[in-house]
Design a binder for this molecule. Structure first.
Ligand code: SAM
Length: 248
């Protein structure tokens, strides 16, 4: 998978050299290209922002550098290949595990993390005519820039790529994973030692009985979801829950 990120703070993306994403890059599973937006400016101050039309506080990112940068990046793709343009913005659609799965199946993503009050709207309109453009929010809060959202999204997407996680099974039981866990949150997890500060672990986990362990995990997932995210239970397909769930 190829990932391009256009930013005025390339150094902010350095964590993409570390850990899971860094290893995926080193193995050639991810081709990550970070671009400095200011390289597509032509004045001596490398200006990327200007005052907003209509007045108001803050600055808006100018369309010209974004247009030149995106045209050049898009043209660098293989013949006929078109990226999905991922635009981080608090006014976008929520970034969910479902969207992470969908984006992990695309061969090429281009991210446009902004600063100030965001990017001149015409840039989004222009590329929406040619590309699949996704305006995406990582949560109901406002950050100073889109670089941290890009780090969040890239990590969520990269760990879904085949061969990136050491154990391919790991993400199948994750919170929000469809299938056995029915989009529930993951329940508690334990490791050795069997006793720590007088606290043991649930007996069932030592039973070796796979069916009982799976049922326990499912019950704990249901309990935790009911406590922390009742909205997920309300939204879920009732067919995803069995008699035991409904008794809890
Ligand atoms: N004025 C904008 C608004 O209220 O929607 C906020 C702009 S914010 C200060 C600057 C940039 O940070 C955004 O354009 C976006 O790239 C990024 N950003 C901030 N919060 C975000 C969030 N929750 N999800 C995704 N991107 C975000």
């Amino acid at each position: 998978m190829r990932l391009d990120v256009v930013t005025i703070f390339p150094e902010y993306l350095e964590p993409l050299n570390v850990s899971l994403v860094g290893k995926a890059r080193a193995r050639g599973q991810l081709d990550v290209r970070i671009h400095d937006l200011r390289e597509w400016t032509h004045d001596k101050h490398n200006t990327v922002d200007d005052t907003p039309y209509g007045g108001g506080p803050g600055m808006v990112m100018k369309p010209e550098p974004w247009g030149e940068a995106l045209d050049e990046i898009i043209a660098s793709g293989r013949e006929g290949q078109r990226p999905v343009l991922v635009v981080p913005t608090p006014s976008g659609k929520p970034f969910t595990q479902e969207l992470a799965v969908e984006l992990s199946e695309k061969p090429w993503l281009v991210f446009t993390p902004a600063r100030y009050e965001g990017i001149d709207r015409r840039v989004i309109e222009e590329y929406a005519e040619r590309l699949d453009v996704r305006e995406v929010s990582i949560g109901d809060y406002v950050l100073a820039g889109g670089e941290a959202p890009v780090l969040v999204m890239v990590e969520a997407i990269a760990r879904l790529l085949p061969g990136v996680l050491g154990n391919a099974e790991s993400h199948r039981d994750d919170s929000f994973a469809p299938g056995a866990m029915a989009d529930l949150l993951e329940g508690p997890v334990y490791t050795k030692p069997p006793e720590w500060r007088g606290r043991g672990i649930p007996d069932v986990l030592l039973s070796g009985h796979h069916g009982k362990i799976a049922r326990w995990r499912r019950d704990e997932a249901f309990r935790r979801t009911t406590q922390n995210r009742p909205d997920l239970i309300e939204r879920a397909d009732p067919a995803a829950f069995d008699k035991k769930d409904r008794e809890m």
